[in-house]
Design a protein around this ligand. Sequence first.
Ligand code: ATP
Length: 338
Amino acid sequence: MGANVTVNLGVEMTANSLSLWAPAKVNLYLEIVGDRPDGFHELSTIFQSIGLMDRVTVAVHSGPAKISVDCPHPLVPNDQTNLAYRAAELMVQAFPDAASRQSTIDIAIAKNTPVAAGLAGGSSNAAAVLVALNMLWELGLTHQALQDLAAKLGSDISFCVSGGTALATGRGEVLDPLPSVSDLWVVLGKYDNLSISTPWAYKRYRELFEGEYARDANTQTSRHDQVRSGAMVRLLSQLAQGSRDNLDKIRALLRNDLERAVLPDHNKIKTLRDCFQGQAPLGAMMSGSGPTVFGIAADGANAKLIQSAIRQYIPDPDLSLWTAPFIAQGVHLAPNTV
Ligand code: ATP
């Protein structure tokens, strides 16, 4: 282990290795606005970080130029296709001097977030590697600079760097932070043997609804403006200020356009979503491209009650259920690193 250094969080840590929490996200709102010249979809989405987190440990040392990933989860690749690997590769390319001093990078991922679940699990792992290497190599990059790098790797990774509550446009990488809502909870449900590919979900949406797309930039901008000044953002701002007067309105404001593409082909997810809607008075929705379904709960005790009610309705052992609070941060230091 090397000498201790002070990094921009103002804490002492061992120079060669650190562990970070990489939180998952849900989409409280996801509107597909239209097409983009790059072939992606133009989105207006509201991300919310939740306390379901992977632990990502990054170690750097001098030695052969090599990146390794160790994640024991059967669905996560340990090769160059792992998003965490690609994040390290990008940092090596962008900062060759720092990389040449400590060119062996070992990444260990302890997975708690389900894979291919619409919760940005891989994206948050990649964000953790960007944040970790910024600290370990003492690059002094701002969140904005890290988010610009993140956008080169994938659409959700920029948000995962900063986390909290944010409105995102573009492919999901143009971020407008919102006041953090941190005293609500979610109940999450996912069938272990059911995964949805994000590219498939968007392709299916295009096949079905391309005729509705806003194509010109002005119309797209005006859709973003309507979301930015719309009822969901107003309600979240009230909640962030501690007022729960209109909390019950959240049920009608949750939106995910991808449900229109995914649910008709996946009756199991639709049934699960209906069950969540029945048990969670504050509403339920599929997250991102699915197949995870989440329900909003007023607090942790309420989340546990909803979880056990859903378990009673669907005793299928293939269904995993979690509860997690909304949290106000993205990637952050895990205990034992300070
Ligand atoms: P998003 O919500 O950003 O679309 P997701 O939650 O639906 O992401 P991921 O968990 O990121 O999906 O996994 C998508 C695919 O990426 C999986 O098939 C998996 O094999 C691959 N993958 C690559 N790296 C990782 C990683 N570090 N963690 C999880 N999956 C990864």
